[in-house]
Each structure stands twice: as C-alpha cells, then as structure tokens.
Design a protein around this ligand. Structure first.
Ligand SMILES: Nc1cc(-c2ccc3ccn(Cc4ccccn4)c3c2)[nH]n1
Length: 241
C-alpha cells in the first residue's frame, strides 16, 4: 500500500517512523511518505494561508501550493483516494478502515488554520475520489492528529503489518462488541485477583466468560453498538444476558 501525507508540520507525523508501522515501512510493506506543503510555495515566507474571503476570524489555506503538490505527486493516470480530515467530515469507523485498507494508494491532506480553500477539494474531486473524514465530534487544531489515527487504524489491517493476524480476530469494533477485560500476571495485585475462570485452563469456559464480559461491557459503555448487532450473531446464552 502507498500512502502520501501532505502537511505543514511534517514532524507531527514522526510517530509513523516508530513501532509496527515503522517496521512495515522498513520491510517495504508500506510505501509511506510525508511531504511538507511548503515545498510548493515560492515566496520568501513560504506562505500557505490567506485571509478568508468575505472576512471572518482566522486564516484559510490557499489553493496554489495544493495544486502544485498534486501536479507533482500525482503525475500520471494512477490516482490516489484523497482523504481530507475535517470536523465536518464523514465519521471514521472501523468499517471505513477496512475499506481503505483494501485500496492501493491513499493520500492525506492535513489542513490547518480554519481549513483548506474549498476549491482544492472541488478541483481534486474532478480528478480522483475525495472523502472528507472526521475522527470525532470535537475540533482539533489541524488534520495531523486525525491522520495519525486513521493511518494507524488502516495500516494495522494491511496483511503482514500486524504480524500476528490472530489479534485482529476479536478486536473491539470488529465483531460489533467491545473486547472483554484483559489480565496478566501476577494472579493477585494490590488486593485484586485475576478472575479464576481465566486460570482454569478450560478454554471453553474462558471463551464463554469473555463473550459474556464483552456483551456486558458493551451494554454498559456502548448500548448503541448492541442495538446494531445482528441478532443472528448472538447465541442463546447471549440473549439471556
Ligand atoms: N475530527 C476532527 C478533525 C478536525 C480537523 C481536521 C482538519 C483541520 C484543519 C483545520 N482545523 C481546525 C478547524 C477549526 C475550526 C473549524 C475547522 N477546522 C482542522 C480540524 N478536528 N476534529
């Protein structure tokens, strides 16, 4: 998978050099590149913003650097799926992460200030698929943090990146319910014990206990997820919970 990130704060994306994503890049599983938008400015101040047309507070990212950036990064017929993060974007979900993980080329435009001149999005949408996406109902200073979250959620689904695919099987928001609580040694810690069933060695009991805990946890924290759950995915015991 090829990923390009365009930002005026490339150092914000330094975490992508670390851990499993960094390893996948070193191994050639991810062709991920971060680009400084100021590379496509020509004035002495490398300016990327301008006063909002029609007045108002703050500044807006001007279109010219973005256009020249697209010209250089997207030279031929092949086009990326362009993702523009925004508080007004489509809510990012695990289902969207799965869809994006299947795409060959993603490009992320990180806005700052009050956002990017709308003509950049409109111009791009004439040439490639463009999706405005939000990671939650709160307003950040810019798109970089949202892009980090999206890239992590997407790339961990790319075959080979995670290493142990088994841990994808029952992760939160995958089977439609949250994960069961997790424990490790010691068996007793500051007066708190590991639930005995987890030390029983009875895998059937452990699986049933985890399923029950996952459903209880979901009912408490995210009843909306339960409402969406396919009744067919619940066995008789689940329905009794
Ligand atoms: N889920 C999200 C995404 C963002 C986000 C993404 C990109 C940009 C570019 C600028 N800002 C700040 C800003 C402030 C005021 C109105 C609009 N945008 C961003 C915020 N916030 N929360």
């Amino acid at each position: 998978m090829k990923i390009d990130v365009v930002t005026v704060f490339p150092e914000y994306l330094a975490p992508l050099d670390l851990s499993l994503i960094g390893r996948a890049r070193e191994r050639g599983m991810l062709d991920l590149n971060v680009h400084d938008l100021r590379r496509w400015t020509h004035d002495v101040h490398h300016s990327v913003d301008g006063a909002p047309a029609g007045g108002g507070a703050g500044m807006v990212m001007k279109p010219q650097p973005w256009g020249e950036c697209f010209d250089e990064l997207i030279p031929g017929e092949a086009k990326p799926h362009l993702l523009v993060t925004s508080p007004a974007g489509r809510p990012f979900t695990q289902a969207m992460a799965h869809d994006l993980a299947a795409e060959p080329w993603l490009m992320f435009a990180c806005g700052r200030y009050e956002g990017i001149d709308q003509r950049v999005v409109d111009y791009a949408a004439e040439r490639m698929e463009v999706t405005e996406v939000s990671i939650g109902d709160y307003v950040l200073f810019g798109g970089e943090v949202a892009v980090l979250a999206i890239i992590e959620a997407v790339t961990r689904l790319v075959p080979g990146v995670l290493g142990n695919a088994a841990s994808l099987d029952d992760e939160s928001h995958n089977a439609g319910v949250l994960e069961a609580p997790a424990y490790t040694r010691p068996a007793e810690w500051r007066g708190h014990e590991i639930p005995p069933v987890l030390l029983s060695g009875d895998h059937g009991k452990v699986d049933r206990w985890r399923r029950e805990q996952a459903l209880l946890r979901t009912a408490r924290a995210r009843p909306d997820l339960l409402a969406r759950l396919d009744p067919g995915s619940l066995d008789k015991r689940d329905r009794l919970l």
